[in-house]
Design a protein around this ligand. Structure first.
Ligand code: NI
Length: 195
């Protein structure tokens, strides 16, 4: 396993749709290494998710994980929102998402490929996630809350989309050092997800 460089906005990999992983690639050294490296790089960067294009690989793979100790607290501290849930390590290949129709939820997001910036991003509160795990076995489940946000963010990376493209209003875009006072001015959003 190796910690890879995470590419940043401007690198063409972030704007190039990833290709589907073929069935014969499951179990191959190349795919196994990519998955292991994604997990190690995500953990080293301290982010909640990472997609293959972010390490310059063009296949439809992402990983995500929120350890219990790192689940972001509700912000501001006085908020009545419950603490964010931990999310176990999950590896998804060739994902397909279906958002439930209904109200989108705005909350704060950042991205290790767009370092130091946060913005309010609308996401489906619940999505059905289908795809394959690292062994090529089907994944089919409904995810909600923070996990739903992470999955939509990572799925976007596989289509050349970054969170800035999903913001309805760039006025909420803020540097993390300015973010605390920004939120305390009563803007919406309950917690951050840097993914
Ligand atoms: Ni990202």
């Amino acid at each position: 396993m190796a910690v890879l460089d995470i590419v940043r906005l401007g690198h063409p990999a972030l704007r190039t749709p990833a290709r589907e992983v073929a069935s014969e690639e499951f179990g191959s050294p190349a795919l196994e290494r990519l998955i292991d490296d994604l997990v190690e790089t995500m953990r080293a960067a301290g982010c909640g998710g990472l997609s293959a294009p972010q390490v310059g690989a063009g296949s439809q793979v992402f990983v995500y994980e929120v350890p219990p100790s790192e689940a972001p607290p509700a912000t501001p501290p006085r908020s009545s929102a419950p603490p964010a849930e931990a999310v176990p390590l999950t590896i998804v290949v060739n994902p397909v998402l279906h958002g439930k129709p209904g109200r989108m939820v705005h909350d704060w997001e950042g991205c290790s490929s767009v370092p130091d910036l946060l913005g309010l991003v609308p996401r489906h509160p619940e999505v059905r996630l289908r795809g394959l795990d690292r062994e090529g076995q089907p994944v089919d489940r409904v995810v909600s809350a923070l996990e739903s946000r992470i999955v939509q963010h990572e799925h976007d990376h596989l289509n050349g989309i970054v969170f800035l493209d999903r913001m309805r209003d760039l006025k909420s875009l803020t540097y993390s050092s300015e973010w605390s006072s920004f939120v305390e001015r009563g803007e919406q959003g309950e917690r951050t997800a840097v993914v």
